[in-house]
Design a protein around this ligand. Structure first.
Ligand code: ADQ
Length: 736
């Protein structure tokens, strides 16, 4: 619309300028013509009057002259008539002679030059033409005749030209404007919109309906669009065929494309449903505009690929400030928003339920219960009630989604939804349900302190498949079930049988997208460090959510120990800790964040100099790109979690080290320590071990760095996120 208005305004301005130019010219010519005509007529009239006046002036009869003047001025075309003697004094003057004229000067000038003179002047009677003719007797100047003719009709004629043309202009503008509006809208804009819709459909491989074919001016493009659609379809078929062929080659790396093909064959068209607390796309209201973001995390990347392939439904809690506005009345929205592939169904929860279910039971009870980080779990009855209620709401929503869908495959994510598998299976035994537990599973003794342990286990055992990151967590789970419930455990098959239902327990070590999704590589930007005030030759890095399980305080003590033990490295090494704030409404997390700041400050006070801070603490969420730059610049990365299901930062660091150097210092209590054998393993509780590992990392030979890093990169590439998803789906689908 703005473009149409812009074009119309441009045309209006141009037409107005042209018409104004023409009108100006026309008015000038008309004025010139009328003026010369008046001048000519006045001169002829003056000449004829002169003959009557000259004799009376010669006889010096004032009364005769006056009579003649009165008689002659009765002519209605004459505005004034006067006779003057040789000294310029009026001898006789008509009553109607206009006042306010500079006639005397004109009269004197004419007599001095002995020639007739004329001029347009303003007078009491308006615009007039004054003509002075010199009177003679025997070739001597005896006086002058002043003839005044009204010229106001010329002004009126000019004004009429301007008004007529202005009216014509308004009419033309109106007609032009309307014509342009219609022309641009119907002839250009509408076909362009049709064209862009046709291109969008073609890009997505969907048929372009007849109504999207443009006609008229753009008609030739229809053929081109058809050709593009055909080529795209062909390219997709070839890519699909190639991917299918690659599937046969066991050694080829797992990619998003390979995963898609794999799912098509292994799921055999069975619809896939993912259920998680967190949604893959969050819509927020920012400065009055709805914007979406993708929350960080490996699981989202993997499950996104699954959803792209399966085109299923993802059910999650709608937590964004504009989630409701962005979704339809059922809470559904097609995502990714730029290129819809699957449906995200948002579930709306009451704030007090979220407090109890998420902040309370999930994060203050189950999280510390499953992590051995020596933070006491808080078991509140009301949190448990909210947890059960919300799990019930998820079940209700999911059941309504799978109504009428035969043998759906359901992937439940994480410890927020432990009760969901049994709730779903009791209504839909034909559904195949997997639950993947992203955090550790503790020992049977540790778990036994949970007042609602049996209900949680029963809920999980409703699933057909229960996945953990490591074999150790699977073992712990089997032990826990063995000591808490009446059941039969088959240690050969790693299955638990209860009332005729089998739940298989299996490790699926989660990973990252490696090789990563195509992001242009620009090389590390050293300004990043300069901006943080880091100038030391060595950089050690930590990247975590500000969570007490990540061992950030213990890591800082390890760094302190390092500088105590190796003072020569002061001012040569900086430890950069990037920590994104997390779960800020939970008291323990607020406290932890303060403690981390205080500890960093204390160490900086102890060793810092005018130009160097040993610890740089950044408390904010970094973008993927920014993290990648830091991973590329860090000589060592410290992942010293007190306990961690897997830890993706360790794998991200390894993936970023394309030159196959750098050293990973990894907690022996992180699941990743099972996969990344090239890391320097430490007990995070020992500051001395962390300090020693840091020293080894900084002094390690290039060849050893290369040997260790290469083995870790090979391992992440071999078991990347796509393989994780493929194994999970394959195992679930083959369960029946
Ligand atoms: P998390 O406890 O969140 O995940 P982790 O596996 O390390 O831990 O994943 C964190 C993700 O957040 C990484 O992708 C990392 O890049 C990103 N991240 C961390 N700090 C950041 C910051 N400051 N700015 C930006 N991004 C940041 C849980 C379990 C883990 C398990 C995963 C997946 O606790 O053990 O590996 O799920 O199953």
């Amino acid at each position: 619309m703005r473009q149409i208005l812009g074009i119309s305004a441009g045309v209006v301005a141009t037409v107005s300028l042209i018409i104004a130019g023409f009108t100006f010219n026309q008015a000038n010519q008309e004025q010139l013509a009328l003026s010369s005509d008046l001048q000519y007529r006045t001169r002829v009239l003056a000449d004829s009057l002169k003959d009557s006046v000259e004799p009376s002036l010669a006889s010096r009869s004032t009364s005769t002259t006056q009579r003649i003047v009165d008689r002659l001025s009765a002519n209605e075309r004459i505005a004034g008539l006067g006779v003057f003697d040789s000294s310029g004094e009026a001898v006789a003057i008509s009553k109607s002679f206009p006042t306010g004229l500079e006639r005397r000067t004109l009269v004197e000038n004419a007599m001095d030059q002995d020639t007739s003179l004329g001029a347009f002047m303003q007078s009491s009677a308006g615009n007039v033409y004054v003509f002075i003719d010199v009177l003679h007797q025997d070739d001597h100047v005896v006086g002058a005749l002043a003839l005044v003719q009204s010229a106001s009709y010329i002004d009126a004629a000019i004004a009429r030209i301007w008004t007529d043309n202005a009216l014509r202009l308004i009419l033309q503008l109106f007609l032009f404007g309307a014509a342009i509006f219609v022309l641009v809208k119907w002839v250009f804009l509408q076909p362009i919109q049709q064209l862009s819709e046709a291109m969008r459909l073609a890009r997505r491989g969907e048929p372009v309906p007849e109504k999207n074919h443009v006609s008229g001016l753009f008609n030739p493009l229809n053929t081109e669009i058809s050709k593009i659609t055909a080529s795209l379809r062909q390219a997709r078929a070839v890519a699909s065929e190639e991917a299918r062929m690659r599937l046969e080659q066991i050694d080829s790396p797992w990619t998003a494309e390979r995963l898609k093909e794999f799912i098509k064959t292994s799921a055999r068209g069975r619809p896939i449903f993912v259920v998680s607390n967190r949604e893959p796309y969050v819509h927020d209201m920012i400065n009055g505009e709805i914007k979406y973001r993708v929350p960080a995390g490996g699981a989202v990347t993997a499950l996104e690929s699954v959803m792209h392939a399966a085109q299923g439904t993802w059910l999650a809690h709608g937590s964004g400030t504009a989630d409701k506005e962005a979704a339809d009345k059922d809470g559904k929205i097609r995502v990714p928003p730029d290129e819809p592939q699957y449906t995200l169904k948002r579930l709306w929860l009451q704030k007090e339920d979220v407090d109890g279910y998420y902040n309370g039971f999930s994060n203050e009870a189950l999280w510390p219960l499953c992590h051995m980080a020596h933070v006491r779990p808080l078991f509140r009855k009301e949190d448990w009630t909210a947890y059960r209620k919300v799990n019930g709401e998820f079940a209700k929503s999911l059941l309504s989604e799978i109504r009428g869908v035969e043998r759906p495959l359901i992937l439940v994510q994480d410890y927020h939804l432990a009760l969901l598998p049994a709730l779903v299976k009791s209504s839909r035994p034909d559904a195949k349900v997997a639950i993947f537990w992203h955090i550790p599973w503790p020992s049977a003794e540790s778990f036994s302190i949970c007042p609602w342990r049996k209900e949680i286990l029963q809920g999980m055992l409703g699933a057909d498949l229960i996945g953990f990151h490591t074999q150790q967590y699977c073992n712990n789970f089997l032990d826990t079930v063995g000591s808490e419930l009446e059941s039969r455990i088959d240690y050969e098959r790693f299955s638990i049988f209860q009332a005729g239902h089998e739940a298989q327990v299996k490790p699926f070590p989660i990973s990252i997208a490696f090789p990563g999704t195509a992001e242009p590589k620009t090389g590390a930007n050293k300004n990043v460090l300069e901006n943080l005030g880091i100038r030391s030759p060595y950089l050690a890095l930590g990247v975590d959510r500000l969570d007490y399980t990540k061992g950030i305080l213990e890591r800082l003590r390890g760094v302190e120990f390092f500088f105590d033990k190796h003072p020569t490295y002061r001012e040569k090494l900086t430890f950069l800790q990037i920590s994104s704030p997390t779960r800020e409404s939970v008291a323990k997390y607020k406290e932890y964040s303060k403690e981390v700041s205080a500890e960093a400050e204390r160490i900086n006070q102890k060793f810092g100099t005018r130009s160097w801070r040993p610890v740089v603490l950044e408390k904010r969420t970094y973008s993927h790109r920014e993290l990648l730059e830091l991973y590329e610049l860090a000589h060592a990365c410290l992942v010293t979690s007190l306990h961690d299901g897997m830890n993706l930062v360790a794998k991200e660091y390894v993936a970023a080290r394309t030159k196959e150097d750098g050293v990973l210092i990894l907690s022996m209590f992180a699941g990743a320590s099972r996969d990344l054998r090239g890391a320097l393993l430490v007990n995070p509780y020992s500051a001395e071990e962390t300090a020693d590992a840091l020293y080894s990392a900084i002094t390690m030979s290039k060849s050893e760095q290369h040997r260790r890093m290469k083995s870790m990169r090979d391992s992440v590439q071999d078991y990347n996120i796509y393989r994780w998803a493929a194994e999970l789906i394959k195992t679930l689908a083959t369960l029946g």
